[in-house]
Write a protein that binds this ligand. Structure first.
Ligand SMILES: N[C@@H](CCC[C@H](N)C(=O)O)C(=O)O
Length: 279
């Protein structure tokens, strides 16, 4: 079967997006790895599949696989792209949509200028639910890696994040410390690792080493987790501009048990067809 796809990106975090509403799509982890491969396939950080919802309050179901073929719970840049994909593919013309994900319901609203605003849900801070091994919940935890102890925040936005405050993200050890924390035994499902520099109470800079992918130009859930960590620790106010290597996201969080709001771009790059045998 030859399957059509759209290549999309949100601040350089890139996706292959598939329409599972008009076709029944079942891909093996090996097929996903090949499609995501930048030499053997199309190339992407995540593969996204839109399907009919099975939840009464959702318009569509939306599933996410990392480039290594593993299915994950949530993707912030991805959900903005999917909101746009649905309109471009004629699946709906609604400005507001509700998506069913592994982590629950996520609501999107298309704004002017190609921006999409997303209700990312309330962050999860209880260690066992992240999951993160700690005796008690705290705003920061000591984490020892190779005899050096770092202070990290642990936050789930549906998917797990560790956030470290650094003086300068340009000099942060993203490619060396990132994978060590990703695989740290205190994170039994591995973790995305954010390196955050506070510029002032309204602005941060962030680089994220994504679980199963490596450093990406942007991570939407990572930006939400970093802002939650910075607010909990008293470093920023409730509305924060997050500068990542791929551009800017606006994140707004009013505090415990309230949703994190994320606003950012979603861009279609090209459409194509996967050759028979690829899918
Ligand atoms: N790029 C994403 C996050 C994708 C999933 C992540 N790598 C994980 O394993 O949890 C985003 O924009 O949030």
């Amino acid at each position: 079967m030859s399957l059509s796809f759209t290549k999309m990106q949100g601040l350089g975090n890139d996706f292959v997006v598939l329409d599972g509403v008009n076709a029944s799509i079942h891909l093996t982890p090996e097929q996903i790895r090949t499609i995501a491969d930048r030499r053997l396939g199309v190339g992407c950080d995540q593969l996204l599949l839109v399907e009919p919802a099975t939840h009464a309050d959702a318009d569509f179901r939306y599933r996410i696989w990392n480039a290594d073929g593993g299915e994950v719970e949530h993707c912030g840049n991805g959900v903005r792209c999917v909101a746009r994909f649905i309109v471009e593919r004629g699946l709906s013309d609604a400005t507001q949509l509700t998506f069913q994900t592994q982590r629950g319901l996520t609501r999107t609203e298309r704004l002017a200028d190609g921006l999409v605003r997303v209700d990312m849900g309330a962050p999860v801070l209880k260690p066992a639910d992240i999951p993160f091994l700690a005796d008690a919940q705290a705003n920061q935890y000591p984490l020892t890696v190779d005899n050096t102890t770092w202070q990290i925040a642990a936050v789930s936005m549906g998917n797990p994040h560790a956030v470290l405050r650094v003086d300068n993200v340009d000099q942060a050890p993203v490619s060396t410390l990132g994978p060590l924390i990703e695989h740290h035994p205190c994170f039994p499902e591995r973790v995305n690792v954010g390196f955050m520099q506070i510029i002032d109470p309204k602005r941060i800079r962030l680089r994220v080493f994504e679980r199963a992918v490596g450093e990406t130009p942007a991570c939407g859930t990572g930006a939400c987790a970093a802002v939650v960590a910075s607010i909990l620790n008293g470093w920023t106010e409730a509305q924060v501009e997050v500068s990542v290597p791929g551009g800017q996201l606006m994140i707004d969080w009013q505090g415990l048990n309230t949703p994190v709001w994320m606003t950012g771009p979603a861009v279609s790059v090209f459409e194509g067809r996967l050759a028979a045998g690829m899918a």
